[in-house]
Structure formats: C-alpha cells, structure tokens
Design a protein around this ligand. Sequence first.
Ligand code: TYD
Length: 212
Amino acid sequence: MERRAGLFITLEGGDGSGKSTQSARLTGWLTDAGHAVVVTREPGGTSLGLELRDIVLHRRGEIAPRAEALLYAADRAHHIATVVRPALDRGEIVVQDRYIDSSVAYQGAGRVLDGDEVRGISLWATENLLPDLTVLLDLHEADGRDRMAERTKYDRLEAEKSDFHARVRAGYLALAAAEPERFLVLDARLPIDELAAAIRKRVESLLAAQAG
Ligand code: TYD
C-alpha cells in the first residue's frame, strides 16, 4: 500500500448494525487523545455526494444495477479526492461510515454484478485507496431488521427483502476472509462498550506501529 501520514479507518456492516454508534465512540476517544479526526460517510460525504445519495436511495423507480454501481463510485471518487485524501495528507485520522466494501457487498454479492468488477470500478474511482483498517460489524439478518423496525422511514435499499441482506452479509464475510490483516470482524450483538474497546485496541496498535 502507498505510504501516507494519516490513518484511514472504515466501518462496514448491514443496515442497523451499529456503525454510527461505534463511529461516534471511536471519534470521541481519538479526539480526547488529541488526534485530528475527520468523520465522514458514503454515500453523501460531500455536497455533490448528498445529491447522488438522494438519487441512489430515494429516487422512485428502477435504477439499472450498473448505473447504481457507478452512482456510488461517482460519490466515492469526489469524496476521496476532495475530503479523504486531503485529510490523510494533512496527517489526520479519517473515520468513515461505509466504503468500497459496501459496494462489493451490496452491488456485487447482494445484486447481479461481479464483485471483482465492482471493486475495480471503486479502485479506479479512488486511485487505489484502501483503508488501513476496516471494522466489520457482523450482524445476523434478523437482528438488523429488529433494530431497523425502531426507525420510521425505510429507504429504497432497506426495503429489500431478507435474502438480499443474507447475501450482503455473506459477501462481507468473504471480503474479510480474503483480507484478514485489513479487517477486524466483530459480532454486532456484543455490548456497545465491548465493541468500542475491541476497536480501540486495534486502533491503538495501528497508531503505535505508525509512531514506531
Ligand atoms: P447508510 O446511509 O450507511 O445507511 P445505514 O444506516 O442503513 O447503514 O447507507 C445507505 C445505503 O446505501 C445502505 O443500505 C447501503 C447502501 N450502499 C450501497 O449499496 N453501496 C455503497 O457503495 C454504499 C456506500 C452504500
């Protein structure tokens, strides 16, 4: 992987797996420790991205699978070029909700496209930027639905049927198995504090390795 000053951490998992809670916990801890942190997400981490997010998640009617994959990739290309790379170049820590692995799991394993092709599009879009650490909050499909039921408004993808979510989960687990050094896989049903502690421990060792 290319050398750079900052640290790029992504959180992945099914809808309702607790990514935003853990992102907030990690960010709070890093900020308290004196690090400059940029907290961001995809889709929608830029103003262009918010428009693309609206199209891809809330547009009525069909979006062809390849068009959907390209919309996510367009959001990603702009986000990485204008937000993430500049922050990493400044030596900051980027904590990001969803990235390339979301596209491979949702547009690849979850739908009809080839996962390697979807990954290839994202790598082109980002000039091959991979995270230093990807935390996968692995969630059994039923638990995700339970949590989602507390929310009132379902978006287009959240309304997909359950075999889709099972394929997404399997896709994520396959990605983690293929790159065990990049991924930290945690059972999303563990208590919030336990998950936060496990993530912190891994980030601490990355920071120590970077300092040494
Ligand atoms: P997000 O806002 O993170 O919602 P949630 O809180 O449910 O995780 O993501 C919105 C949806 O976009 C989510 O269902 C996953 C989907 N998605 C893709 O299908 N491909 C992608 O590349 C990304 C980034 C997200």
